[in-house]
Ligand binder design. Structure first.
Ligand SMILES: [Zn+2]
Length: 139
């Protein structure tokens, strides 16, 4: 996405958790603890992937996008479909997105990444270019 910035990638932490589970330092029940809310969010707003769950190796993972930010008001903390984010990014100046992977089979879940979206990320020259292009397309 164009305005995506301050991306924090959690794949190292994820790998560390999986290593701990495989070595027995951490119990499976401690990491496969997706709440009913999270599993519902995955079912209704989730983005299906073709990546197998690293725990049960049976189901494909679903990505859930949670949005946070003062401008969101009562929508803060809600899960949104990935397709809704570009529209929000054009409307709001800044909000935080947390991407969580969920297995709807065994309830494995882990934070994948977080990033900021919003109009604030558009540089002045970029905005000018985009406005020009959009004006052209609208006519
Ligand atoms: Zn699983």
């Amino acid at each position: 996405m164009r305005t995506q910035r301050q991306v924090v990638d959690y794949s190292l932490q994820r790998r560390a958790v999986l290593r701990d589970v495989h070595s027995g330092r951490v119990g499976v029940h401690e990491v496969c603890d997706a709440s009913p809310y999270l599993k519902n969010a995955a079912r209704f707003h989730g983005e299906p992937t073709e990546e197998r769950c690293p725990m049960c190796r049976h189901e494909d993972l679903t990505l859930v996008h949670y949005i946070y930010g003062d401008e969101l008001k009562q929508s803060a903390g809600q899960a949104r479909k990935l397709a809704e984010l570009p529209m929000l990014a054009m409307t709001l100046s800044e909000f935080q997105v947390y991407v969580v992977e969920v297995c709807q089979g065994c309830s494995w879940n882990h934070l994948v990444e977080q990033y900021l979206l919003g109009r604030d990320g558009l540089e002045a020259d970029e905005t000018a270019g985009e406005t020009g292009r959009r004006r052209g397309a609208e006519r």
